[in-house]
Design a protein around this ligand. Structure first.
Ligand code: GTP
Length: 319
């Protein structure tokens, strides 16, 4: 048998900083052969365009969540990986923001899977700013924390030190077995990843969890936006919506064109913050699409919202 593929699972609620961490991990292991599995909760993928190119292969599993509807596809991708002549050194899986990490990680406890995949750790990111609100209203987030080996209390630059310490101790109460550290932009002492402690996977009996397939109340709505937006208008419309629907609308992300600007820009919200920024990767025309993720959100309402921010219709870019 050839070498086993070191596998890391990155989890955390929507916008907590998973892709940011993935990019660090990839640049740290540039010399190795790295494969990535991206799972986005929704038909359209924005994340794959945000991952830096330090990977050798990227597989996308969209239109669902790998912990439930896409678990077969995950197994399929993993079997393709082991059937090729050259196998990767590392596999990084970025789960969707609502994925049940325990459910997902238990796949790696199967003997047929363990033969080829050397599961390392479940790494969970937490957005310190939103933790208190979200953990109460989103059961998926609580389950992610329980199932993780290493927890990064991220975005500590956005809160007071004392507050971050309080969140750390709250998280410790939810999962006293995990290693927990405070981070900014997912930067931490990578040695924590290499410390070979028993994964929580082996310490917690997931069989009861395995029997219950999580049912997400979350919905992802993707709206194609072949339009030119006025920056101020778009900013006003979207930031008002995330303010008004803070407990319903958890994430907005996607690429749009702005009046007077050639390059598409990345629009995203986490918590009650909206940012419009230049793309880091300039090598591709991203698909012009805005993704809205939340509870009890409706397409019609979202489309109405977008209409209010449109400046002019443009031809969709051809690749
Ligand atoms: N201020 C601040 N921003 C951060 C930090 N970490 C990540 N971000 C930003 O938060 C936004 C979301 O980060 P991502 O890495 O895309 O989050 P994600 O968890 O992959 O998002 P989803 O895949 O949509 O669930 C980006 O604009 C990041 O630059 C941090 O520590 N501090």
């Amino acid at each position: 048998m050839s070498k086993r593929i070191k596998t890391y699972l990155i989890t955390g609620f929507l916008g907590a900083g998973k892709t940011t961490l993935l990019n660090h991990l990839l640049s740290r292991s540039k010399s190795a052969l790295n494969y990535v599995i991206e799972n986005e909760f929704g038909k359209s993928s924005v994340d794959s365009a945000l991952v830096t190119k330090n990977y050798n292969k990227l597989f996308e599993l969209n239109n669902g969540c790998i912990c439930c509807s896409l678990d077969n596809e995950l197994i399929e991708v993993m079997s393709q990986m082991i059937q090729t002549d050259v196998q990767p050194d590392n596999l990084f899986i970025e789960a969707s923001g609502v994925a049940d990490a325990g459910q997902l990680a238990s796949i790696f406890k199967r003997e047929d899977v363990m033969q080829y995949f050397d599961f390392q750790q479940v790494v969970c990111l937490i957005d310190t700013e939103n933790f208190e609100d979200r953990v109460r209203e989103v059961p998926e987030m609580y389950r992610q924390i329980v199932a993780s080996d290493l927890i990064l209390i991220n975005k500590t630059d956005l809160v007071q030190k004392k507050y971050a310490a309080t969140i750390k101790s709250d998280v410790e109460k939810i999962n006293p077995l995990a290693k927990i550290t405070l981070t900014t932009f997912g930067k931490f002492d990578f040695e924590l990843l290499d410390i070979s402690t028993d994964s929580i996977l082996t310490q917690v009996d997931h069989s009861t969890l395995d029997a219950i397939k999580p049912v997400h109340r979350m919905k992802s709505i993707a709206v194609e936006v072949p339009f030119e937006f006025d920056r101020d208008q778009l900013y006003a419309v979207l930031s008002t919506s995330i303010f008004l629907y803070y407990h319903q609308l958890y994430r907005i992300k996607g690429f749009v064109r702005l009046k007077g600007e050639k390059q598409a820009v990345l629009v995203q919200s986490t918590g009650n913050k909206l940012t419009i920024s230049k793309q880091k990767r300039k090598d591709e025309y991203p698909k012009l699409v805005l993704i809205f993720i939340g509870r009890d959100i409706e397409r019609k309402g979202i489309e109405r919202l977008i209409q209010n921010a449109i400046s002019t219709k443009v031809n969709a870019p051809t690749v």
